[in-house]
Design a binder for this molecule. Structure first.
Ligand code: HEC
Length: 172
């Protein structure tokens, strides 16, 4: 019986000393332990007040999306040669896989679509207003297969591509 008590006392002492040493070691840490993370509660600190001009109230995609197409005007001159040249680059990046290198609707990817991609030199497309074409390529058209590309192509490039597509009608 006495031996058991001695063993208990010994083990107890060893555990206490180990605990003391570990606690001391922990307290000497220059950084906190992972389990001591600070609690962050919502709204503990006052919300920051936004500076003027941070939230846009004009321009941007949402405005175009909500406007009817006859009220949409290009912010860039569509007949400017520089824009047409950049639009050509954009066309070959984003449209040619479907509408084809010759704008006739014969592109590699486009062949799996029914109906096939529209011939962009056609009278129908060339008669589109700038707003109509912008809406078509940006947001697609209900029930049609043109993909909405607003989140794929930035806005200026979309307008430049429209400048380029329109310039196709000027050539023989
Ligand atoms: C993933 C393939 C694909 C890509 C990429 C694509 N198109 Fe199309 N596009 C189509 C298809 C298919 C149609 C035919 C839509 C229909 O009649 O249902 C079409 C139709 C159109 C039309 C006629 C819309 C109408 O109302 O009939 C225009 C204009 C057009 N595309 C321009 C573009 C331009 C410009 C680009 C590049 C920014 C582009 N497309 C990228 C597949 C594509």
């Amino acid at each position: 019986m006495k031996t058991v008590a001695v063993i208990f006392a010994f083990v107890g002492t060893v555990l206490l000393v180990a605990y003391g040493v570990l606690t001391y070691y922990d307290n000497q840490f220059p950084f906190a332990r992972m389990w001591e993370t600070p609690g962050v509660w919502p709204h503990e600190e006052p919300l920051l007040v936004m500076k003027d001009g941070v939230v846009p109230f004009s321009g941007g995609e949402a405005i175009y999306r909500s406007l009817p197409m006859d009220q949409i005007r290009s912010p860039i001159p569509l007949d400017h040669p520089d824009h047409i040249l950049l639009g050509q680059k954009g066309y070959h990046n984003f449209c040619a896989p479907c509408h084809g290198p010759n704008h006739d609707g014969i592109g590699t990817v486009g062949q799996s679509f029914a109906p096939l991609p529209t011939d962009l030199r056609s009278e129908k497309v060339q008669a589109y207003s700038e707003g109509e074409m912008f809406k078509d390529i940006s947001y697609g058209e209900e029930g049609k297969r043109q993909p909405p590309l607003a989140t794929t192509i930035d806005m200026t490039t979309r307008w430049q591509i429209i400048a380029y597509v329109r310039s196709l009608g000027l050539r023989p």
